[in-house]
Design a protein. Sequence first.
Length: 167
Amino acid sequence: MVTAWPSYYTLYMRRVSLSILPLFAACYTYAPIDPAAVAPGVDVRARISATAAERIAPLLGSETRVLTGKLIDNAATMIVEVPSVSQSNASGISETLHQRVSITRADLVELETRKLDRLRTGAIVGGAAILAGSLWINSMRGGPGLDRVTPGGANDTRRPLGLSIRF
């Protein structure tokens, strides 16, 4: 079976799509905030002390100094709902379990809120729209008789590469 090499266009599109992929993770930014000013229901990232990390390690299944989740209560002890374990149920569907963790203000090193970065998100959406539009325009430019012929002749005239007999 003879396989053809991918076209340069395919390689170019793979390269472009792989280079754009890291930008999708950059749509959110974290900004430091005073713990007293945070309203419940906000997505937060909390950096906690080493002693607090050791204390809540049995709840989460691993020791971590950074907790990312939704703030449930903002009293003297903050309650943050953190995704802890991903578990599959009887039907085979994976579901993430959430654990509520209480953190005292003394154990809190830094608190940050997660906000949508409109500029980056707009740039990604705009770039994706331009890319989709250009692909659509290029696909419409094709016409009859513009098919590309593979290089070489019929299969019986081809020799495997690297196999030559010299006399």
